[in-house]
Ligand binder design. Structure first.
Ligand code: DGY
Length: 321
C-alpha cells in the first residue's frame, strides 16, 4: 500500500525531514521561508496529512477544499493560526506540540527578564561600539530581580515552569489562571490573584496565555496603567495578547520601566517606536528555538500523523473550547 501523502509547509530540522521522508510520501520540497497562502491551500487540498507552522493562517476557505486531509499537525503549542471550528466540522484532526517546548520557552522568558532588567543587550552593544572607556560606579545601573515579586498571567505548563525557575531567585509568585485543572502542581505558597491585583503588585509581569478572542489585548492601556512605574512586562506568548501601541505609550511616558518581547502584535512587523527604546529587549519569536526542542516538536507532529493515518486517536488532538 502506498505511504500516505504529507504536505509540510516549511523546512523543519534535518532529523524531522529525514523521518518524514522515511514514513510518508512528501508532496512538496519545503523551503526555509514562509510559503504563500496558495501554496498552503494546494498542499492541504492534495495531502492526507499536513504539518503547518504558526505563521500559516489556515482558514475555513482553505479547509473547505481539503477534502482528503485527515490531520493537520500544527508545529507549535499555540494553534490560534488555525480555524479549529472549521477543521472540526470537516472531521480534520488538529494537533499541537505541548510539553516538549515548555522548558525552552520558560528559559527564554528568563533570558528576556534578566536581559531587560540588567541591560544585557544594551551593554553588549556598548562594548561592541568601542565607546566603553572602563568600569564606572554609576554605569548602566539596572534593577535587581532576586527577592522581588513575579506575576504570572496564565498558570499553564509554561507559566508554571517560569514560576519554578523564580524560586531560585527567592521570589514571591503571584498568578492568574482561568483553568483550575492546570493548577494541580501549583505549590500553596504561590498566590492566586485577579488580573488587576496581580498587575498592581508585581515587579515583573510575564504573560503565558494562549491567544483566543478572550485574551486578545488582555493587557491593554487600562491594565498597563495598573502596573507600577518600576515594573517590567515580559511577553513570550502571542503578540496580540498585549496591545502594542498602549505598551509603547506606557514606555514612552515612563509609566512602565521596561519590556522584554519575544512576540509582536503583527509579526514580523513591530511598532516603530520600540526600535528607539533602550528599555526594551526584542527577540524574533525564539521561545521554542533550540535544536533539540524543534526536533522534538517535529517528531510529535509525525507521531500524531502516524496515529491518525493508522486509524488511531491522535495523542495531542486539540479541541475547541
Ligand atoms: C508555540 O509553540 O506556540 C511557540 O510560539 C513556537 O515557538
Amino acid at each position: 500500500m502506498a505511504a500516505p501523502t504529507l504536505y509540510i509547509s516549511r523546512l523543519l530540522p534535518d532529523p524531522v525531514m529525514t523521518a518524514a521522508r522515511r514514513q510518508f510520501q512528501l508532496l512538496n520540497d519545503p523551503r526555509d521561508a514562509s510559503p504563500s497562502w496558495d501554496n498552503v491551500k494546494t498542499g492541504l487540498r492534495e495531502a492526507d496529512a499536513a504539518i503547518c507552522t504558526l505563521t500559516d493562517l489556515v482558514d475555513a476557505s482553505m479547509l473547505a477544499e481539503a477534502t482528503r486531509l485527515k490531520i493537520l499537525a500544527n508545529y507549535a503549542v499555540g494553534y490560534n493560526n488555525i480555524d479549529l471550528a472549521a477543521a472540526t466540522a470537516r472531521g480534520i484532526v488538529v494537533t499541537n506540540t505541548p510539553d516538549v517546548l515548555t522548558d525552552s520557552t520558560a528559559d527564554l522568558t528568563w533570558a528576556l527578564l534578566l536581559a531587560v532588567t540588567r541591560r544585557v543587550a544594551e551593554g553588549d552593544a556598548y562594548v561592541r561600539s568601542g565607546d566603553w572607556s572602563g568600569w564606572a560606579p554609576t554605569q548602566m545601573l539596572g534593577t535587581d530581580v532576586s527577592g522581588k515579586t513575579l506575576g504570572i498571567v496564565g498558570m499553564g505548563r509554561i507559566g508554571q515552569a517560569v514560576a519554578q525557575r523564580a524560586t531560585g531567585f527567592n521570589m514571591r509568585i503571584l498568578y492568574t489562571s482561568r483553568t483550575p485543572t492546570a493548577l494541580e502542581r501549583v505549590p500553596s505558597q504561590w498566590e492566586p490573584r485577579t488580573l488587576p491585583d496581580l498587575l498592581k503588585e508585581a515587579d515583573f509581569v510575564s504573560v503565558h496565555v494562549p491567544l483566543t478572542p478572550a485574551t486578545h489585548h488582555l493587557i491593554g492601556a487600562r491594565q498597563l496603567a495598573l502596573m507600577k512605574p518600576t515594573a517590567f512586562l515580559i511577553n513570550t506568548s502571542r503578540g496580540p495578547v498585549v496591545e502594542e501601541a498602549a505598551l509603547v505609550d506606557a514606555l514612552l511616558q515612563r509609566r512602565l520601566a521596561g519590556a522584554g518581547l519575544d512576540v509582536f502584535e503583527h509579526e514580523p512587523a513591530f511598532h516603530p517606536s520600540l526600535r528607539e527604546l533602550r528599555q526594551v529587549v526584542l527577540l524574533p519569536h525564539l521561545g521554542s528555538a533550540t535544536l533539540a526542542t524543534r526536533v522534538r516538536m517535529g517528531m510529535i507532529c509525525l507521531e500524531n500523523i502516524a496515529a491518525v493515518v493508522a486509524g488511531k486517536p491522535a495523542p495531542n488532538q486539540v479541541h475547541a473550547a
